[in-house]
Design a protein around this ligand. Structure first.
Ligand code: BGC
Length: 737
C-alpha cells in the first residue's frame, strides 16, 4: 500500500499515544456494557479468527473478499496473516470505522523463534539452559512483531517431546518438564513483558494444550494415549508454568486425551485449565480443530461440533466457522449456550482491552515498520543465543581449529543460507550468514567444495571434494537435513542423514584427515557413524540469522561452546522413544550377566548422547560438594554447593544439574528428575563455588491418592554434568516436621 506523506505522518502520530493502564474492574464494566449492546451474531464474531491471505495458503473455505465482508459486519474479530502493516492498517481501519461497534481486530500471527531477526529453533534455544537469554530473545521477537502490527503470537509451543521422528520437536523445549517450564516462563515474560498495553510487547499463547507431543509413532496429529499421572507430571507442567507467568491465551491441540479431542474436552479445558490451574484468559482452537472432531467421530455435523466445543470451554475458533454458522440458532433455543457465548466473548474483549487495542487500535501500525527490524543490538543477541545453543558432541583434540590450519569446507550446508529453520516468521534466508562467510570473517584459510546436495551427489562432486580435502589439514563437513524436514506435518521414519551425505562422509573418511562434522537439523538425528568415525561433532540445529558467524566463532575458539541437549539422541531408530526421565522397571539392566532384564540384545539402552550433555573447550574439575541438610520439611530449602575449577586457559561455562530420584514412593517415579540447573561462566584457571537450591515442593509428585506431594520419603539428590554423568549423590528425607 502506498501511503501519502500526510497519511504517513498521521499514522505515525496516532500510533504511539500513551495508553491508559485500565484496572480489571474498569475493563469488566466496559466489556459488560459492550456485550449488552451486541447481537448474538456479533458476539459470535468475536469468537471467530479468520485468515487474511497473501502469505499463506489457507483452507479452501477462505477467500480474501469473505474476510473483508466478515470484518465489516463484525462477524470476525481476529485475523491471522497480516504479517505487515499495510494489511494490518487497512483491516483494522475497516473494523474500527465500518463494523457495527467499531471493535478492533486482534491481529495474531505465528512468531515462533524470530520475527525478522532469526533466532535458533526453539529446541536449540532450550539447549542454552539460559532462561534469561531466552527471555532477552523473546523481548526482541516481541518488539519486532509488535512494531509490525502483530498483537499476539501463537507461541510458546510447550509440548514435551520424546520422539525425534515428530517434526515439531524443533518448536519444543525437548523432553524435560522442568526445563520446558523454565523456557515457558522465559518466553511468556519476554513476549508480554509484564505490560500487555506496552508498545513493545505482544500477547503470548501457550500451545498446544496438551500432550500433542505424545503422538504415537511420531506421526503428526496422531493418537495420544497416556495416563493421567503422565499428563500431570510431564505434559501439563510447562502449561502450568506459562499460566503462572501470566500467559493470556492457550491453544487446544489436535489430539485426543482419553478418547476426547482436546478441543472438545471439558475435563482439560474447564476442570484442569480453569479450575485447577487458574487460567482466566482466552482458549483458542488449533487450525480447524473444532470441526476435526467430526473426523474423530465424536460429532456428526458442524453444528454438533460447535456445541460440544463451546460447552467444553473452547472460546475462539480458528479458520473454520462452526460457531459463527451454527451457534446463533442454538443460543436461541438454549439459554445456557447463550451464556457460554457471552462468557467466551467477554474473555476475548477483555484481552483486546488489556492489549490496549480499544484505546489505540492502530497500536504499532507504522508505514516504516521495517526500520524496527534487524537492529544491530538484535543481531548481537541473536549471535549470543546462536552461540549458546551450539552443542559440542565430540572433540578428539581437533577443536578449536588451529590458527594455522588449512581448512577444507565441504558439504551441502557449507555455504547454505537455508538455516532459519521452519516456522521462521519473516526471517529471510538471504539475511543469514553462511558458514563459509563466517569462517572467512574469522580469517580462516579455506578451500571449498560442495561434495553433495542434501539428497543427491555424483561421482564428480565427490571427486572434487576429495581433491579439495587432500590439500587441507582438517575437513569441516557441514551436513544436515532440509530446514523444512522438521516443523508441522514433517514426521519421518528415517532420521539418518541422507545416503548421499553418508557416501560423501565415508569417502572423505578414507583420506585419513581429521574431520569435524557440523550438523544442521531441527531434530536429533542418528549420529552413531559419526561418533565412531570423525574427530569432532558440533550440533548446529538451525541457528537463524547469525548462523555462520556463531558456528565459525565456535570452531575457531572465539566462542567456547556451552550448549546442551534438551533431548536425548538415540543410537538407532529402534531405540525410540529414548528419554532420560523414564520410570524404573522391576528388572533394570544393572547386572550384565542376567539375561532377563529390560534391555536390547543388540544395543545398549542408553542413548548415544543423553539429555543435558554437551562439551566445552575448557576442562572443569568438580572439587568439593556440600549439602545443607539431610531432612527437608515444608517451606525448607536445601542448599547444594559445588566448588568447580577451570583447569584450562580458556574461560568457559559449566552447567550444574540437580536431579532427584525417589527411593520409595506410593507410585513408581522416573529414575532421574531434573529439579534445578545453573550455568556459570568460570574464567581460565579460576575456581568458584556454585550454589543451587531445592525446596520441599520440588520433591512433589502426583501420588497414588491423586495428591501432589513429596510424601514422607527418602530421596537421592544428585549433582551432575548431564542426566548420565553424575558426580555426587546424597540421601535426603522429606518430613512433615
Ligand atoms: C498449528 C499451530 C499454529 C496454527 C496457526 C496450526 O496448524 O498447529 O501451531 O499456531 O496452525 O497458524
Amino acid at each position: 500500500m502506498d501511503y501519502s506523506q500526510d497519511e504517513k505522518k498521521a499514522i505515525n502520530n496516532i500510533s504511539r499515544p500513551e495508553l491508559p493502564r485500565r484496572s480489571p474492574e474498569e475493563i469488566r464494566v466496559l466489556v459488560e456494557g459492550l456485550i449488552q449492546r451486541m447481537t448474538v451474531k456479533e458476539l459470535l464474531g468475536q469468537l471467530f479468527l479468520t485468515a487474511y491471505s497473501g502469505e499463506f495458503a489457507f483452507g479452501p473455505e477462505f477467500e480474501t473478499d469473505d474476510a473483508v465482508k466478515l470484518i465489516k459486519t463484525g462477524h470476525a474479530g481476529s485475523i491471522i496473516g497480516t504479517y505487515d502493516n499495510d494489511k494490518a492498517y487497512m483491516l483494522q481501519k475497516m473494523a474500527v470505522t465500518q463494523s457495527p461497534h467499531g471493535i478492533p481486530l486482534l491481529l495474531a500471527n505465528d512468531i515462533i523463534h524470530g520475527c525478522r531477526t532469526g533466532f535458533p529453533v526453539n529446541l536449540a534455544m532450550a539447549g542454552t539452559f539460559d532462561p534469561q537469554l531466552v527471555e532477552s530473545a523473546a523481548r526482541i521477537i516481541a518488539y519486532e512483531a509488535a512494531h509490525s502490527g502483530t498483537s499476539l503470537t501463537f507461541s510458546p509451543m510447550l509440548d514435551i517431546v520424546r520422539d525425534p521422528r515428530w517434526g515439531r520437536v524443533m518448536e519444543s523445549a525437548g523432553e524435560d518438564p522442568y526445563l520446558a517450564s523454565k523456557m515457558a516462563e522465559a518466553y511468556v515474560k519476554g513476549f508480554q513483558q509484564d505490560d500487555l498495553a506496552s508498545y513493545d510487547s505482544v500477547g503470548a499463547c501457550a500451545k498446544h494444550y496438551v500432550a500433542y507431543g505424545a503422538c504415537e509413532g511420531g506421526r503428526d496429529y496422531n493418537t495420544v494415549d497416556i495416563s493421567e499421572r503422565t499428563l500431570r507430571q510431564v505434559y501439563l507442567k510447562p502449561f502450568a508454568a506459562a499460566i503462572d507467568a501470566g500467559v493470556v491465551m492457550v491453544m487446544s491441540a489436535f489430539n485426543v486425551y482419553d478418547g476426547v479431542p482436546i478441543t472438545a474436552n471439558k475435563f482439560l479445558l474447564r476442570d484442569i485449565l480453569r479450575d485447577e490451574l487458574g487460567f482466566t484468559g482466552v482458549t483458542i482452537s488449533d487450525y480447524e480443530s473444532t470441526i476435526e472432531i467430526i473426523e474423530h467421530k465424536i460429532a456428526a455435523a458442524r453444528s454438533e461440533a460447535a456445541e460440544k466445543c463451546i460447552r467444553a470451554g473452547l472460546d475462539l475458533e480458528i479458520i473454520s466457522s462452526s460457531y459463527l454458522d451454527h451457534l446463533e440458532k442454538k443460543a436461541a433455543e438454549e439459554p445456557e449456550i447463550l451464556s457460554l457465548i457471552k462468557e467466551a466473548a467477554a474473555r476475548v474483549l477483555t484481552l483486546k482491552y488489556r492489549l490496549g487495542l480499544f484505546d489505540n487500535p492502530y497500536k504499532n501500525i507504522y508505514p516504516d515498520f521495517t526500520e524496527y527490524w534487524l537492529k544491530p543490538n538484535f543481531l548481537e543477541i541473536a549471535l549470543k543465543t546462536a552461540e549458546a545453543s551450539l552443542v559440542l558432541l565430540k572433540n578428539k583434540n581437533v577443536l578449536p581449529l588451529a590458527k594455522t590450519s588449512k581448512v577444507a569446507l565441504i558439504g551441502p550446508f557449507s555455504n547454505s543460507h537455508s538455516v532459519v529453520g521452519a516456522w521462521g516468521g519473516k526471517a529471510r534466508n538471504e539475511d543469514t550468514v553462511s558458514l563459509m562467510q563466517g569462517l572467512e570473517n574469522q580469517g580462516v584459510d579455506l578451500v571449498h567444495a560442495l561434495g553433495s546436495d542434501l539428497k543427491q551427489t555424483s561421482e564428480s562432486q565427490i571427486q572434487e571434494a576429495l581433491n579439495v580435502a587432500m590439500g587441507a589439514d582438517v575437513i569441516v563437513l557441514a551436513l544436515g537435513e532440509h530446514q523444512h524436514d522438521s516443523g508441522e506435518a514433517a514426521s519421518k521414519t528415517d532420521i539418518h542423514l541422507s545416503t548421499a551425505q553418508m557416501e560423501l562422509a565415508k569417502r572423505l573418511k578414507a583420506l585419513n584427515k581429521p574431520i569435524v562434522a557440523v550438523v544442521f537439523a531441527g531434530r536429533p538425528l542418528i549420529l552413531e557413524w559419526f561418533e565412531e568415525n570423525v574427530e569432532g561433532i558440533l550440533y548446529a540445529w538451525f541457528p537463524g540469522t547469525m548462523s555462520g558467524e556463531a558456528i565459525a566463532r565456535t570452531l575457531t575458539g572465539v566462542n567456547n561452546p556451552s550448549g546442551r541437549l534438551a533431548m536425548s539422541f538415540p543410537r538407532s531408530i529402534g531405540q525410540i522413544p529414548v528419554y532420560y526421565n523414564h520410570l524404573n522397571t522391576g528388572r533394570p539392566p544393572v547386572d550384565p550377566k542376567n539375561h532377563y532384564t529390560s534391555r536390547y540384545l543388540d544395543s545398549p539402552n542408553e542413548p548415544l548422547y543423553p539429555f543435558g550433555y554437551g562439551l566445552s573447550y575448557a576442562e572443569f574439575e568438580y572439587q568439593e560438594f556440600k549439602i545443607s541438610n539431610s531432612r527437608l520439611a515444608p517451606n525448607d530449602k536445601l542448599e547444594i554447593s559445588v566448588r568447580v575449577r577451570n583447569n584450562s586457559d580458556l574461560e568457559g561455562s559449566v552447567l550444574l544439574q540437580i536431579y532427584i530420584e525417589a527411593l520409595n514412593f506410593s507410585v513408581s517415579r522416573p529414575v532421574n528428575e531434573l529439579k534445578a540447573f545453573k550455568k556459570v561462566v568460570i574464567p581460565a584457571r579460576a575456581e568458584q563455588w556454585v550454589d543451587l537450591f531445592l525446596s520441599y515442593d520440588d520433591f512433589a509428585y502426583w501420588n497414588l491418592e491423586g495428591k501432589n506431594t513429596p510424601e514422607s520419603r527418602k530421596y537421592k539428590v544428585k549433582v551432575g554434568n548431564s542426566s548420565q554423568e553424575i558426580y555426587q549423590a546424597w540421601l535426603v528425607e522429606t518430613v512433615l516436621r
